[in-house]
Ligand binder design. Sequence first.
Ligand code: ATP
Ligand code: MG
Length: 173
Amino acid sequence: MYIGRIGLNGFKSFGGVHELPLEMGMVAIVGPNGSGKSNILDALKWTLGEGSPSRLRINRQSDLLFQGSASLPPAKEAEVSVLFRGDGMSTSISRRVQQDGTTAVFVDGVRRTLAELEEAKRRIHMEGDRFAFIGQGEVSEVIQQRPMARRMLLESLLGIDFYRKRRNESSDR
Ligand code: ATP
Ligand code: MG
């Protein structure tokens, strides 16, 4: 699975409609300070279900809406959609937020609950922590982690922590 496209509309610094087509493999997003690189990662996290304001670098949900600029009015609603491609199929996950902070999630255009989103993510192998975000300033933290903590992180990225949990559960009996 890889991300084939990210669509942003009125999200944070992205006023109006923006389409980011992405290629398979490694993608680098470059730009000057404050140009919106981290906002793209926030958009990805949020669409995949992140709700924690600090992890989205906001105080309240409505901070996700484009505030307006000299040439564009503030957004009344923000929407991000992410297209996952792979294995001859594709799945789109999108999320909207209104000015009052209410949000809605859609999987392939159908409105879903956050629990149903987790199920959809499992189907495309994007569940849990497998989609890893290492934030600005966190790289040195990962390098300095104790071996066991780093092993846990790698196991969860590779999706094999599941087997450890299963083994631990069976040896508890
Ligand atoms: P750096 O290289 O410093 O990490 P960056 O490219 O990651 O920069 P971001 O943090 O993604 O930059 O973007 C910060 C910019 O986004 C700031 O200029 C901020 O004003 C703007 N921004 C954040 N939220 C909103 C919003 N709701 N409406 C408009 N602009 C916003
Ligand atoms: Mg940044």
